[in-house]
Design a protein around this ligand. Structure first.
Ligand code: SAM
Length: 80
């Protein structure tokens, strides 16, 4: 992980901390769960959508929160 990426990551972590999203939260393209873990700390309900079941499997293992709902779907098809 290079320094530039680490700085950007920290900026997003700080921003999400500042938002402290509550209520019902929808994460699009949640991938491996870097942000899911953080969102799950404040959201009353969290739904994560991603087209890749493998990515969501990694996300599930990383977040380990039975209250997070996972949906495997293509966002472009969801939108249609
Ligand atoms: C940069 S990664 C996600 C980064 C994520 N925040 C993480 O913690 O890993 C982008 C994600 O978008 C998903 N993705 C790409 N196109 C998509 C689409 N059309 N519908 C749903 N998910 C999509 C990929 O499967 C991948 O998991």
């Amino acid at each position: 992980m290079n320094a530039g990426w680490r700085t950007e990551l920290e900026e997003v972590v700080q921003a999400l901390d500042g938002f402290a999203l509550r209520g019902r939260v929808l994460e699009l393209a949640g991938g491996t769960g870097i942000w899911t873990k953080q969102l799950a700390q404040t959201a009353a309900e969290l739904t994560v959508v991603d087209a890749s079941p493998e990515m969501l499997g990694i996300n599930r293992d990383r977040v380990r929160d039975p209250y997070v709902r996972y949906i495997t779907a293509d966002l472009f098809e969801l939108a249609a």
